[in-house]
Design a binder for this molecule. Sequence first.
Ligand code: GUN
Length: 283
Amino acid sequence: MAKIIDGKKIAEEIKEELKKEVLVLAKKKIVPSLLVILVGEDNASQIYVKNKERVAKEIGIDSQVMKLSTATSQEDLEEIILQYNADEKIHGILVQLPLPDSIDVKRIISLIDPKKDVDCFHPENVGRMMIDDARFLPCTPAGVLELLKRSNISVEGKNIVIVGRSNIVGKPLAVMLINLGATVTVCNSKTKNLKEICAQAEILVSATGKAGLICADMIKKDAIVIDVGINRNAEGKLVGDVDYIRACDKVSCITPVPGGVGPMTIMMLMRNTILAAKNQANQ
Ligand code: GUN
């Protein structure tokens, strides 16, 4: 029988740990604070931002959401970021993606003070991660590592295949796993012989956003499968990238969607915000 890795339960455990950290900081008169900037009306983004606000409140993190219209100019958004970079009361700044097409995303991310970059998207923070001197870890990949760690799954020396090469998940996760001594292969949905490569993996991670891409015959027997995909199927139901029902007969451990990696991402953001507050207090 496959063991289901319960991301919701593990995220709740981390939430309790973070609440305690916030109480310790409160004794030093430090309240971690997060500014989330949401530009435009993207439906999924609005839900994500609401969830971030809710969880922050539950933990005792002071969070503010700044909602800006789709018509916000590059200059105005840059001005806002500079203003909050200089604001000592704000420890973390997150610009929710995607941004409207009129905005230069790379420029915006590069403008966030790296010390406040709780997403770990700033080139300086990405570079530091590359040389194994991370200031922050990006939230979704960090959530994947934490799920493995808390399920007593070691990655050192393991053959790990990642399907997906995005800047948010696939690429940083590969770097983090390399830093931990794993042997990492990064594929994407167009990789030749994807099935054969995936079938070699002791740990298979999929982060493509393509429902059903990973079939049971692509999975090695007793592999560990981490499904980062969040997709809606034809019936409107949330599903991952993996054919979950069939995969369950083959794997040793698997994450469900929903209730796997998703709840961890938000908790890692909260962990980064607390870390940012601690670092800034120690400056
Ligand atoms: N949009 C989808 N995922 C993310 C994320 O991790 N951070 C931000 N800022 N925007 C996102």
